[in-house]
Design a protein around this ligand. Structure first.
Ligand code: TRP
Length: 514
């Protein structure tokens, strides 16, 4: 947002529509697309076991984007531009004295929760910048013990022969017999290490509480610095170069992996739905991910909308933001799964590290790979920064507007609380990994609650507000460019389909839990 000041009189506005689209896309495009989407596609694609593919999940996700995400994005921007205020204030301004402002408060709470664990993952990206600078990916052999490789050989032999009783010695003897001399054998072992090291490196990284907390704090300070320093405008100018750069890089990587042998398996994995694997849990996660990835349901787009000029077209802007966001998520997944399939990487665990395990391998096999790895993780950090800044802006501007805090106090109070809450999230991967509730660590719980419950709830609130509290004339005034049939379709979706569909998914999930 170009103007850190929240007073109505001197609110800034975006110079043009492209500025708005890029800024809003900067909030939307982030770890949701690059980290979480490829992680969820892995989880719902069959994970470690039988990988039947993530086609059903991807299909559901795209459906949620089109039927829920896009109409809601329009609704949020519309509220913001009409009220010219941050979330809580916006509901108060448009319907004074009503309870609608609760939707605004819910959004702020959600912002707190998201920031606390989101910054942890942003910290991982920072750590991976450091790893690429020191070129840690090069000496992979030291990260994987021979024992790990032998276990892998055992597992593969048992799978290939469908016989669980084969002993380790027998498996290793069979493996060794395939190679004529010790040099060929050593090379084969090396190859196996190469397949296993990205995951080993990442789990090493996660097991260090100091590193995770250190990078987390670093990223938190960076976000606070940007928001406090009033340099958000500068960040946005950089965004105009760096977002296209990220796009370009993902595009090049996608072409690269798709032309490798086995790479196109990624397309089948991602885009061939079987529908036999569909579950209510999958629908819930697809919906939650649509909210999370588009920055919907907590007032971020609303806040951006408040800076949009009257004569700019909301519908077309929303379409542009949603398309950019979705393209990045799909590209990132193609690159990651293309790498996994063509390099035969060993995938162990939940897939939570896919963004960090699969990509360095591609660069390792490219000329200039070391520089490109550094650049890539820097771009990821930047994409994460534009998202954390947008989250902290919403939290801070509400504290300023509603609690009368000074900007500095608001930012520091918000960030302080978020940091305290974020530390247990960082520790969820090591010290606190056994501290679980319903099988979920603190990190998982926060992510689950924010994405799959709080954001959809906020979305229902926003849809009901725009659908039922605002008059048709008010909405028409903000969307003059939509042809009448288009307006009607949108209005129908926002009035009936969005609140009903999201409510049904939430209720079905709750019932499943009881
Ligand atoms: N959408 C961002 C991403 O995909 C994360 C994010 C930024 C966000 N602001 C938000 C999510 C507001 C929900 C609400 O990385």
């Amino acid at each position: 947002m170009s103007q850190p000041d929240n007073k109505q009189s001197d609110r800034g506005s975006f110079g043009n529509r492209l500025g708005f689209i890029l800024a809003a896309a900067g909030s939307a495009v982030g770890l949701g697309n690059l980290w979480k989407f490829p992680y969820l596609t892995y989880k719902f694609g069959g994970g470690e076991g039988d990988q039947h593919g993530a086609g059903t999940f991807v299909f559901l996700y795209l459906l949620c984007i089109a039927l829920v995400g896009l109409p809601l994005a329009i609704a949020e921007i519309l509220i913001g531009r009409r009220a010219k205020k941050s979330p809580v204030g916006a509901f108060k301004a448009l319907r004074p004295g009503s309870l609608w402002r609760a939707v605004g408060y819910l959004g702020v709470v959600t912002g707190f929760i998201i920031l606390s664990y989101y910054t942890v993952v942003a910290g991982w990206a920072t750590g991976y910048v450091a790893k690429s600078v020191t070129n840690e990916f090069a000496n992979y052999e030291s990260h994987v013990s021979n024992e790990t490789v032998y276990d892998r050989i055992l597992q593969e032999t048992r799978e290939a022969q469908q016989d669980q009783s084969i002993s380790k010695e027998a498996a290793l003897a069979q493996f060794g017999a395939k190679y004529p001399d010790s040099e060929a054998y050593d090379n084969a072992i090396k190859e196996k290490k190469l397949e296993a090291y990205p995951v080993a490196l990442f789990s090493d990284f996660l097991s260090s509480p100091y590193k995770l907390i250190g990078y987390f704090l670093f990223f938190m300070l960076l976000t606070v610095g940007v928001v406090l320093g009033g340099v958000s405008g500068g960040i946005e100018r950089w965004n105009r170069i760096l977002m296209p750069a990220l796009f370009l890089m993902l595009g090049i990587l996608a072409v690269r992996v798709l032309t490798l042998p086995g790479g196109t398996k990624a397309l089948t994995f991602l885009f061939k739905p079987s529908f036999s694997d569909i579950s209510i849990e999958m629908v819930l996660f697809a919906l939650g991910q649509a909210f999370f990835s588009l920055s919907l349901g907590m007032g971020a787009l609303l806040t951006y909308g408040s800076y949009l000029k009257k004569n700019e077209r909301i519908g077309a802007s929303a379409v542009a933001i949603v398309s950019l966001d979705t393209t990045v998520a799909l590209l990132a997944s193609i690159v990651i799964f293309g790498s996994i399939f063509s390099y035969g990487l060993v995938m162990k665990g939940s897939g939570i590290g896919n963004l960090f395990t699969a990509i360095p391998v591609i660069f390792q096999h490219m000329p200039g790979g070391r520089i490109l790895t550094i650049l890539f993780y820097l771009l990821i950090c930047f994409a994460a920064l534009t998202s954390t800044v947008s989250l902290l802006e919403v939290v801070a501007s509400t504290l300023i507007d509603e609690r009368g805090m000074k900007r500095r106090t608001a930012v520091l109070t918000g960030a302080g609380v978020i940091t305290l809450v974020g530390i247990p999230c960082a520790l969820s991967f090591n010290v606190l990994s056994d501290f679980t509730l319903a099988g979920k660590t603190v990190f998982d719980l926060f992510d689950y609650f924010a994405s799959n419950i709080a954001l959809p709830l906020g979305g229902i609130g926003i849809a009901l507000f725009v659908g039922w509290a605002l008059t048709r004339a008010e909405k028409r005034e903000e969307l003059p460019e939509l042809a009448t049939p288009t307006f009607r379709v949108w209005n129908f979706l926002i009035k009936y389909l969005v609140p009903a569909a999201v409510a049904i998914v939430l209720i079905a999930t709750l019932m499943g839990q009881i």
